[in-house]
Ligand binder design. Structure first.
Ligand code: NDP
Length: 248
């Protein structure tokens, strides 16, 4: 285990799979204590046990990022188990692609409420601790927060919103010494595409991921660990990471 993040406590939302799971492992491997948030309790419990078994410190807290009260309860449990929070990684997200004309209003709401409002609510809960620690907020946005495409309009809206909010928040928090870091991955092989309800689009996206040689979740986790591991004077505001084979 490294010690670059020793003494820090990091909260990672969406830690039950993919990028969040890999990020929890990467930050713990650098000595951070990690708090794992997600809805699937068994998965975060297993990850917490794995991290503890490797000599790290981790706590699993079941919480839906759309439910501020649940996140507040998680924050209290984290405070009791790990002490004050230094770093928040807003990673929880869903990508439910569909043509806008299909009118899948419930899926639009799930994306807006999770990817955008969820990040706002979780940040609201942890902000006083992050400010007190002169810590970090890492927002996992997307290439889809810089580009747009058909069938992605609402997902694009959530990620453009997250990126825009990140930049404005960074400016607001400069004087407090808080770093706000936005991560913009291209295609990463995770469960993200599995939840697309339109069969044709789901299979099409999976084919696209294969064709560009999708990144691994560990690749994004390494970038997050690198960014938060920089000396406090260095703020990596925005990190765009595409697979080498992905054009747009
Ligand atoms: P996964 O589907 O593997 O992970 C998504 C995570 O979000 C899961 O841990 C899931 O946990 C959690 N989550 C979803 N909804 C909620 C909720 N309401 N409350 C709490 N947790 C929730 O996909 P990725 O790892 O790929 O996605 C992580 C982030 O990366 C997302 O924001 C995604 O938009 C972004 N991203 C991914 C890319 C990719 O190609 N994979 C590219 C660019 C960005 P649970 O279901 O247990 O609650």
């Amino acid at each position: 285990m490294g010690e670059n993040l020793a003494g820090r406590t990091a909260v990672i939302t969406g830690a039950s799979s993919g990028i969040g799971e890999a990020t929890a492992r990467a930050l713990a491997a650098e000595g951070a204590s990690v708090a794992l948030l997600a809805r699937r309790g068994e998965r975060i419990e297993a990850l917490a046990a794995e991290i503890a078994g490797a000599g790290g410190k981790a706590v699993a807290c079941v919480a839906d990022v759309r439910d501020r009260d649940a996140v507040q309860r998680a924050a209290e449990a984290i405070g009791a188990a790990l002490g004050p929070v230094h770093t928040l990684v807003n990673n929880a997200g869903v990508m439910l692609l569909s043509p806008f004309a299909a009118g899948k209003v419930d899926e639009w709401r799930a994306m807006v409420d999770t990817n955008l409002t969820g990040a706002l609510l979780v940040s609201d809960v942890f902000l006083p601790q992050v400010v007190a620690a002169r810590g970090d907020i890492v927002n996992v946005s997307s290439v889809a927060g810089r580009t747009t495409g058909p069938n992605s309009s609402v997902y694009n809206a959530t990620k453009w919103g997250l990126t825009a909010w990140s930049d404005a928040l960074r400016k607001e928090l400069v004087k407090a010494g808080v770093r706000v870091i936005v991560i913009e991955p291209g295609a990463v092989a995770t469960e993200l595409t599995d939840h697309i309800s339109d069969d044709r689009l789901r299979e099409g996206m999976q084919g696209f991921y294969d064709s560009v040689g999708a990144l691994q979740a560990d690749d994004i986790a390494a970038a997050i660990a690198f960014a938060v591991g920089q000396p406090h004077r260095v703020s990596l505001n925005e990190i765009l990471i595409r697979p080498t084979g992905q054009e747009g």
